[in-house]
Design a protein around this ligand. Structure first.
Ligand code: FAD
Length: 436
């Protein structure tokens, strides 16, 4: 019999928890990836950077595995069907995989797990995507944290001393590479075209972060005109970098960067403990807000034509590159929700479509933060002023000029709404909803 390791958002052989346990199971290990049609078929854009990224990474894994006499079995379909098929083609003893915190993924794993159980096949999940997960950082009474600061303090304390060494230790998969199942290297991988996608033809940043960047991170990270952040999001999303490796590096050089990884864990545990956030406000009363949801205004926001240069620069950066600087994500999200009174879920969905580092937990957390409806919300009457944000974080206007070259010319759009009017309208609307 053999063991299967089912890769999902952990596309690497190095320091991979599920792979490590599979390789140690005593059976030869077959590496499997499913291009999940239930996710892929509903994507609106048939040229999708994320799909192309995954596809490229699967080919890289295939090449790495050929070197150790094995290969990857990658198929397109419903995971339950593909795994069922594999249990019919091979004698499978156990399936190993890494835990995923999204609602859909949890349901999928429950269904696959019971199918395997019926066939007498063990199904094991491990923590790999996060450093600390749902029950590892909880309050004194054992309940999940809903505010970041105490969570972050507790999280940091666990990463010091010997407990830190324990949580950040690599899984030494390389020691067991002889245990891969020896397969025919000609195994085919579905092409993008077979899955109804077209290549975008883009290259991605390497999954590395320099010591210089980490050292300068605290000073540089808020200025969108600079390359002051790691741009590793897509690698963290698909696990082409190990979160433990990255945290160890940050621990030595940049407490501020490490804190961002704590935010990442924080939002995963929020989604895991409070799955209603996927569709609803974390604080239920915020679902009472009467959004204006003006479609024409939403279109202008999406296109970066609001007449507010920092907002427009951000949206154009997103539309062109699939990435937006964190400071500008906060400003554009706040503008969409508060200035235009558009339901945060509309904006969230637009980011989900476009961001190459899209991650449900962090995106949802970011949008609910901006809406004030989430865990760590600023009071609702605090409304970002996009002009002041631009003065503070893009003082020379470099970022704005790069993305909005017509800024300062007659061709530039008039402001879609006047700031102080919009601010007051947002405060009144929120007040009405929350008074109910
Ligand atoms: P760096 O600054 O180099 O940070 C390193 C890593 O830490 C990031 O790649 C990310 O994994 C993690 N991280 C940093 N900040 C946060 C944060 N506030 N919350 C959670 N994780 C964080 N992040 C996503 O990964 N996916 C998203 O879909 C996403 N959507 C967002 C939407 C909004 C409205 C806001 C305000 C923030 C969102 N973020 C999201 C968080 C943050 O903006 C991005 O992680 C960051 O800008 C990615 O760039 P980077 O890789 O250079 O980050």
């Amino acid at each position: 019999p053999l063991s299967i390791v089912w890769l999902r958002r952990d596309l690497r052989l190095h320091d991979n928890a599920a792979l490590y346990y599979a390789l140690k199971s005593g059976n030869p290990v077959l590496v499997v990836f499913v291009f999940d049609c239930l996710i892929l078929d509903i994507l609106e854009d048939r040229r999708d950077r994320r799909v192309e990224f995954i596809h490229t990474e699967i080919h890289k894994l295939h090449d790495e595995l050929i070197k150790v006499g094995s290969t990857i079995v990658a198929r397109y379909g419903r995971p339950i069907d593909v795994l069922k098929q594999l249990t019919e083609e091979y004698t499978v003893a156990e399936v190993f995989t890494n835990y995923d915190y999204e609602v859909y993924a949890k349901e999928r794993d429950a269904v696959v797990g019971s199918m395997l159980e019926e066939r007498g096949i063990g199904f094991h999940t491990s923590k790999d995507q996060t450093i600390l997960d749902r029950d590892e950082v909880v309050s004194g009474s054992g309940s999940p944290y809903t505010v970041f600061t105490p969570y972050g303090n507790n999280w940091s304390s666990k990463l010091t001393g010997s407990s830190g060494e324990f949580y950040l230790k690599s899984y030494p998969t390389e020691k067991y590479f002889a245990n891969f199942y020896k397969t025919n290297p000609d195994t085919s991988i579905p092409t993008l075209e077979e899955m109804n996608f077209q290549p975008v033809g883009e290259s991605f940043p390497e999954p590395v972060v320099s010591a210089e960047l980490l050292k300068a991170y605290q000073k540089m990270r808020d200025f969108p005109a600079q390359t002051g952040t790691s741009e590793l999001g897509i690698h963290l999303r698909f696990g082409t970098i190990s979160i433990r490796d990255l945290a160890r590096q940050a621990q030595e050089t940049s407490p501020t960067f490490l804190k961002e990884l704590a935010w990442r864990d924080f939002y995963f545990q929020v989604l895991d403990h409070f799955p209603h956030v996927e569709k609803h406000s974390f604080r239920r009363e915020y679902d009472n807000i009467q959004w204006r949801n003006n479609e024409a205004e939403f279109e202008r926001w999406c296109a970066g034509e609001t007449g507010y240069p920092l907002v427009d620069a951000g949206m154009r950066q997103l539309n062109t590159t699939g990435w937006m600087h964190n400071r500008v994500r906060m400003v554009t999200a706040s503008f969409c929700i508060k200035h235009l009174l558009i339901d945060w879920r509309w904006g969230e969905a637009y980011f989900a479509r476009k961001l190459r580092d899209y991650d449900l937990a962090a995106n949802n957390g970011g949008w609910q933060w901006a809406a004030g409806s989430g865990t760590d919300a600023a009071p609702y009457f605090r409304v970002f002023n996009p002009a002041l944000q631009a003065q503070k974080f893009d003082p020379k206007g470099e970022y704005i000029r790069k993305w909005v070259p017509e800024f300062n010319s007659l061709n530039y759009a008039h402001p879609i709404v006047e700031h102080s009017f919009a601010r007051q309208r947002a405060i009144d609307t929120y007040k009405r909803a929350l008074a109910k």
